[in-house]
Write a protein that binds this ligand. Structure first.
Ligand code: AMP
Ligand code: MG
Length: 349
């Protein structure tokens, strides 16, 4: 298959391109598209064959459910068993936006899309191209991130091409995404609302609307005994090929320990890479050194994180060290992705 690459001004999508992309979806094909979080790999959420194709293109285990993307509230009731009050409240504040809500599904949504579950994850992205594409495709787009399973999520169309060229019909290039990590996922299907994946919308923001919100304990801990509720959480994720270690502690000490470990790895003939910040970069010594931005700006760090992890792969880094970041607020989402990329391999000093 030849993958067609088309550009779309993210704020002002081209109607002819959207129509062409929508037609691919209604015929059962796949289109990668930009959103405000990361690029998505879209198929018709109501067509079980399309969902099967998504799993095959990504090499994703089929018990890892997909998120259903909608563009208009009027499309919501048809895919939910019922629309809970909490969902309406959150939608009013956070949709369109980087928040995915899990509720009981209706019969319209095939189990192929939900990884066999009787719940469905739903989101309305805050991105003009994504919304127009969803409408042109009939209203319901199933989409995981548009990367090969296990690799860092794509924040540029070129990342999608690297992973999926020849496996899908079209890639819509809308430039670099704005947020850079996947949506917050909150489970509203039973009991206290629970965050299953942290993202731009934080616990504090959700609690202002809902009152008490729980956070799944597997988010920042690799050895929790709690069974993951979001099936995707059990898989290794976002990971570069090199062996990655996060070094946590006082900033000056972190630099010293990273440099020491880099020197040892180099001595054994391995290519070294370091993920650091603007503040520490001048003091780091390694084969490949990349700053994700200023420590003071977690949004900038989030936006650059996956691109840098992919660049470490391009550079064929064998060993990767990263400094650690605050896990408060949106920082929790950044640290969650970093910890997963490192397989929870943390050196505390
Ligand atoms: P991705 O699309 O790659 O960002 O991954 C989608 C994430 O949403 C995965 O981690 C899934 O486990 C999670 N997810 C989707 N649907 C559900 C659901 N019904 N229940 C729990 N988690 C879900
Ligand atoms: Mg993903």
């Amino acid at each position: 298959m030849i993958t067609k690459l088309v550009k779309s001004d993210p704020g002002c999508p081209d109607r002819a391109v959207m129509k062409e992309a929508g037609d691919i979806i209604t015929k059962g094909g796949l289109v990668a598209f930009p959103t405000e979080t990361v690029y998505g790999l879209g198929g018709d959420a109501l067509n079980p064959e399309s969902s099967k194709k998504i799993y095959a293109a990504k090499g994703r285990p089929s018990d890892n459910p997909l998120i259903v993307h909608i563009a208009d509230m009027e499309h919501l009731p048809a895919i939910c068993e019922s629309v809970p009050e909490n969902m309406i409240k959150l939608a009013e504040v956070f949709w369109p936006g980087p928040l995915t809500m899990i509720v009981k599904k209706s019969d319209l949504v095939p189990k192929e899309t939900t990884g066999g579950l009787d719940t469905v994850a739903i989101r309305m992205p805050d991105h003009a191209t994504a919304l127009e594409f969803i409408r042109a495709a009939g209203g319901y787009i199933a989409a995981p991130s548009a990367n090969t399973s296990g690799r860092p999520s794509p924040t540029l169309a070129s990342h999608v091409k690297d992973d999926l060229d020849g496996r899908i019909e079209m890639i819509i290039d809308g430039g670099e995404v704005g947020i850079g990590v996947e949506s917050t996922i909150v489970d509203l299907s039973e009991g206290t609302p629970t965050i299953l994946r942290p993202g731009y919308v934080t616990r504090e923001m959700l609690e202002r609307v809902l009152g008490d919100v729980d956070v799944d304990r597997t988010i920042l801990s690799g050895n929790s005994t709690q069974a993951p509720k979001a099936p995707g959480m059990k898989y290794r994720h976002y990971a570069p090929h090199g062996e990655m270690t996060i070094v946590e502690g006082d900033s000056e000490e972190v630099v010293r320990v990273i440099n020491e470990n880099v020197a040892a790895a180099k001595a054994s003939g391995r290519k070294t890479a370091v993920l650091c910040t603007d503040e520490t970069k001048p003091f780091i010594k390694a084969d490949v050194i990349k700053s994700a931005g200023s420590r003071a700006d977690e949004h900038e760090i989030a936006r650059h994180l996956y691109r840098i992890l992919r660049e470490f792969d391009d550079e064929k880094a064998d060993v990767i060290f990263s400094e650690s970041f605050s896990a408060d607020g949106f920082g929790q989402a950044v640290m969650n992705r970093l910890l997963k990329a490192a397989g929870f391999n943390v050196k505390k000093i």
